[in-house]
Design a protein around this ligand. Structure first.
Ligand code: PLP
Length: 354
C-alpha cells in the first residue's frame, strides 16, 4: 500500500504488470490480464473470443450466479448441463447429450467451473468439446493452485477466468479478477477491451469497457500470492483430517479425491440425506456451516429458462450438500473436534430412532 501511495499511480501501473507476470509464472501460462472482477473476467474472455449475441455458452447447473451474469453481459445465452455426482462439476455425459440435442445448436463454448476447488473431469470434457468443435473455457475462481495431472487449474482450457474476491483462496482486499490464456492474440485483445478498446490512449479500436484491476489490489495480490502455495497445502492437510475422520464416522459422505487431482479445497463439501437436520444441529453447536449453493441456476427466477433437459444430479446435490468450515488458519484440533460433532449427529439420530 505504501509503495502504491508513494508511487502515485493508481491505475494500470507497475503493480498490475508485476502481478500479471508473477501470476502467469505461478500458473505456468502465457499471459494474465488483470480485470476488475471474476464476473468481468468471464464476460471479457467470451467477448475476446468473439462470443456474444446469437451464441450459447454451456454452464453447469450448480455454480455461482456470477457465471450466468458474466455470460449474459457478453450477450450470449446460457444453457445448463447437469453435474457429476462425485466432483460436483459439469458432467461430460450430460454435456455430450446437450450438445447432441436441439439446444446444443449455436453453442460456442463450455465454461467448466472447477467448483469448490476440484478440477473437473478434463480428459473426458476435452473429448466431447473437440468432437463438437466448441471452446473449452475454465472458471477457476474457486481453484487457485488446484492441479490436474500436474497442471494448474486455469491452464487447461483455451482461457480461464479467475476471481480474487476477498474470500477466494487468493483474495484481494476488494474486487479483482483476471483472465489467463496461452493465446497471445486473445491476451492482447483483452488488454484493449478492459480499457475502452484502447491500444493507444484516446483511440478506441473497438468498443471496450472499464474493467481495470487497480494498483492497490494488484499490490495486495502480489503479497498474498507468496503464501498461496503454503495455504493450499494447509487446506489439503485439513481436508485429509476431515476425510479420514468423517469416513470413519459414516454420518456424511466426504468429497472423493480423484486420481491425478489435487484440489484447492476452496470449500469442503459433504453430502447428507438428512442435510437440514444436520445443518441445524451443527449451527446449534456453534459451527458455522453454509450451503454452496442453496439453489441451482435453473431454480432461480432469472435463469429458469436456461434449463433444456432434466438436471436430476444437480437437484439431488442441492438438497444434500453442506460446506464445513475450512481455511488455512484452522487448527488440526479444531478440525478434529468438528468431525467429532458431525459424527455425533449420527448417534443422536440413531438414538432418537431406537
Ligand atoms: C465460480 C465463480 N465464478 C465467478 C465468480 C465471480 O467472481 P466475482 O465475485 O469476482 O465477480 C465467483 C465468485 O463469486 C465464483 O465463485
Amino acid at each position: 500500500m505504501r509503495r502504491v501511495l508513494d508511487g502515485g499511480q493508481f491505475v494500470l501501473g507497475g503493480e498490475v504488470e508485476g502481478f500479471e507476470t508473477e501470476f502467469a509464472r505461478f500458473l505456468n501460462v502465457g499471459a494474465t490480464v488483470g480485470v476488475a472482477s471474476g464476473t468481468d473476467a468471464i464476460e471479457l474472455m467470451l467477448r475476446g473470443l468473439g462470443i456474444g449475441r446469437g451464441d450459447k455458452v454451456v454452464l453447469p447447473a450448480l455454480t455461482a450466479d456470477a457465471c450466468a451474469a458474466g455470460v449474459n453481459r457478453a450477450g450470449a445465452e446460457v444453457v445448463l448441463a447437469d453435474i457429476d455426482a462425485q466432483t460436483f462439476t459439469i458432467s461430460p455425459r450430460s454435456l455430450a447429450k446437450l450438445l447432441e440435442s436441439p439446444a446444443g445448436v449455436a453453442v460456442k463454448a463450455v465454461l467448466v467451473v472447477h467448483l469448490y476447488g476440484q478440477v473437473a473431469d478434463w480428459a473426458a470434457l476435452r473429448q466431447v468439446a473437440d468432437l463438437h468443435g466448441v471452446f473449452l473455457l475454465e472458471d477457476a475462481a474457486q481453484a487457485h493452485g488446484a492441479r490436474w495431472c500436474g497442471r494448474m487449474a486455469g491452464t487447461l482450457g483455451h482461457a480461464a477466468a479467475f476471481s480474487f474476491y476477498p474470500t477466494k483462496n487468493l483474495g484481494a482486499l476488494g474486487d479483482a479478477g483476471a483472465v489467463v490464456t496461452g493465446d497471445e492474440m486473445l491476451a492482447d485483445r483483452l488488454r484493449r477491451l478492459r480499457q475502452y478498446g484502447w491500444r493507444d490512449r484516446y483511440v478506441s479500436e473497438e468498443m471496450g469497457v472499464n474493467s481495470r484491476l487497480d494498483e492497490l489490489q494488484a499490490a495486495f495480490l502480489r503479497v498474498k500470492l507468496q503464501t498461496l502455495e503454503e495455504n493450499t497445502s494447509r487446506r489439503r492437510a485439513l481436508a485429509a483430517i476431515y476425510t479420514q475422520r468423517l469416513l470413519a464416522g459414516g454420518v456424511v459422505e466426504p468429497p472423493p479425491v480423484l486420481p491425478d487431482s489435487s484440489p484447492a479445497y476452496h470449500q469442503y463439501v459433504v453430502r447428507s440425506s438428512d442435510r437440514e437436520a444436520l445443518r441445524l444441529y451443527l449451527a446449534a453447536a456453534g459451527i458455522p456451516v453454509t450451503i454452496h449453493y442453496p439453489r441451482a441456476l435453473h431454480q432461480q427466477p432469472a435463469y429458469a429458462h436456461c434449463q433444456t433437459m432434466p438436471l436430476p444430479v444437480t437437484e439431488l446435490a442441492v438438497r444434500e450438500i453442506l460446506s464445513l468450515p475450512l481455511h488455512p488458519y484452522l487448527s488440526d484440533e479444531s478440525a478434529e473436534v468438528l468431525c467429532e460433532v458431525v459424527n455425533s449427529f449420527s448417534s443422536r439420530t440413531n438414538d432418537a430412532t431406537m
